[in-house]
Design a protein around this ligand. Structure first.
Ligand code: GDG
Length: 479
């Protein structure tokens, strides 16, 4: 298939939805990287002749040529070793990530990192300006690319530009620490529509624009001096709920779930955590709570076990290395103190798994433990709910995950309150079948109705047709 030169819908994201693989014969190929965003966008990308611009991973000086994969035009952007260090590991993950997550770790401010962030955002914006057809819609994704909307608008004023932030937008007091706060706000204001996970993030943004940039605002809109209007609104992201449900229902996944329980010694309660190994996720505190419950004899290792999958993430960033060491030590200590032959207290898996194995784990777990200190949404919580076909199982969920807004029937916890977390883990594990059923049924209804397709449709409808195309998809203002 020949590669078109422009597209009517362009997604700009830090990563391409494919990973580069070296085939056995030495040639280079591409494998779809599984992710909710691609699944959600695939149908609209096809119907709009969409293109996706992003970094393919790795460090190349020269970007591979655009190519077509699964009906989507993919446009690689290259990053050098130094750019990965300064733009991706540095400013994106060493400055913005901790700052936007309530300072769970200390953000570092380095002027060279900022310069790299500006330069790489410029590279993405220029490429988007080349690829977008006349009057096309461009949808920019996430915190790595917050300057792209403004840069792109300067190059191509004809475009409709949307931006979606997958992580929380911080309260004004924290955001103000950023030496480049005004540039970031102005970068985002290049959009016509800015989507946040929650109403609180949108409200924080609008307040900051009023205070720091001095533009007029009215509820969820910003009025720019040139007459342009920017809307900032919540669009809570979701998952391919039907896809997960079907996977969980399949015979191999069901068999694997039974096998997992048997391998764990058929305990009464399997607790499960699945997270990228990230300090925002609260993995350490939850394992500590579990260890103390064993120590206090409120749980017994022959009847209760914890499976923690910690997917490797950002391994070259120092804070992530430290977290890995601390978690390794804690797990070792808890298993040493409380494990018995054939009954480890914690099965700790520092690895990543195929989707089928994830679905089997969700099916095998009695209590899903999701305890981030701060999380934009948390898709793992929604995936667990989608996989509980029998409306059973219990979800323990941090109040500080965006998902807590929608999954009100979860056992909500404050991850900073260790005793509270211990009590809730015991309560969720020992709740009656009826209680679990009541809660899970309500949560399943919520997740199945509000899936990722609905999320993408709602955003694009608003961006492309000002929400007038199908008003039922327009989310209500939340503040
Ligand atoms: C950011 C925001 C927001 C994990 N391990 C494996 C694997 N996963 C999949 C999960 C889930 C996804 O990765 C993780 O999503 P989360 O939402 O839980 O967290 P972040 O990665 O921090 O995502 C977050 C999200 O963006 C979307 O806007 O919700 O708040 O931080 O889908 O299933 N998938 C496979 N193997 C693994 O080992 N296949």
């Amino acid at each position: 298939m020949s590669v078109p030169s422009t597209a009517d819908l362009v997604v700009v994201a830090n990563r391409l939805p494919v990973d580069r693989v070296v085939e056995p014969d030495g040639s280079i190929g591409w494998r779809r990287s599984p992710g909710g965003l691609v699944t959600a966008l695939e149908p609209v990308m096809r119907s709009h002749d969409g293109a996706w611009i992003g970094w393919p991973g790795g460090t190349d000086e020269i970007a591979p040529e655009p190519f077509v994969e699964d009906g989507m035009m993919l446009v690689p952007i290259s990053l050098s070793e130094q750019e990965v260090e300064e733009f991706y590991e540095g400013f994106s993950n060493g400055t913005l990530w901790p700052l936007y997550h309530d300072l769970v770790a200390k953000p570092e401010f380095h002027r060279e990192w900022w310069e790299a962030y500006v330069a790489i955002n410029e590279r993405f914006a220029r490429r988007a300006a080349e690829v977008a057809a006349e009057n096309a819609a461009v949808w920019v994704q996430d915190y790595q690319l917050q300057l792209v909307p403004q840069m792109l608008r300067e190059l191509r004023p004809d475009l409709r530009i949307g931006f979606y932030l997958h992580i929380p937008f911080p309260p004004t007091e924290l955001f103000q620490q950023l030496p480049w706060r005004r540039q970031i706000l102005e970068g985002l204001l290049g959009s016509d529509l800015i989507g946040f996970q929650l109403g609180g993030g949108a409200a924080n943004f609008v307040r900051l624009v009023r205070q720091r940039v001095g533009h007029k605002t009215h509820r969820d809109t910003v009025h720019l001096p040139d007459g342009r209007v920017v809307r900032a609104a919540p669009f809570p992201i979701s998952i391919d709920a039907r896809g997960f449900e079907e996977l969980a229902r399949s015979a191999p996944v069901e068999a694997r779930a039974r096998e997992i329980r048997a391998q764990l010694g058929d305990p009464d309660t399997v607790f499960l955590g699945i997270d990228r190994l990230d300090y925002t996720k609260g993995i350490y505190a939850r394992l500590r709570a579990f260890g103390e419950l064993l120590r206090d004899h409120r749980l017994d290792v022959e009847q209760a076990t914890f499976v923690q999958v910690a997917t490797p993430s950002r391994e070259r960033v120092e804070q992530y290395r430290q977290l890995r060491d601390e978690t390794d030590r804690l797990v070792g200590r808890i298993n040493g103190d409380h494990g018995r032959l054939g009954h480890p207290a914690i099965s700790y898996l520092h690895s990543s798994y195929p989707r089928e194995e994830m679905a089997a784990l969700y099916r095998a777990a009695d209590v899903m433990v999701v305890t981030p200190y701060r999380d934009g949404m948390n898709l793992v919580a929604k995936e667990y709910v989608a996989c509980r076909l029998e409306d059973d199982g219990a979800l323990v969920l941090s109040e500080f995950a965006g998902a807590a807004d929608e999954l009100r029937q979860a056992w909500l916890v404050n991850p900073y309150d260790l005793n509270g977390m211990k009590d809730t883990l015991v309560e969720a594990a020992s709740a009656s079948h009826k209680e679990k059923h009541r809660r899970m049924r309500a949560m399943r209804r919520q997740v199945m109705e509000n899936d990722v397709k609905r999320w993408a449709d709602a955003f694009l409808d608003e961006l492309l047709y000002d929400g007038e195309h199908d008003p039922s998809l327009r989310p209500p203002p939340r503040f």
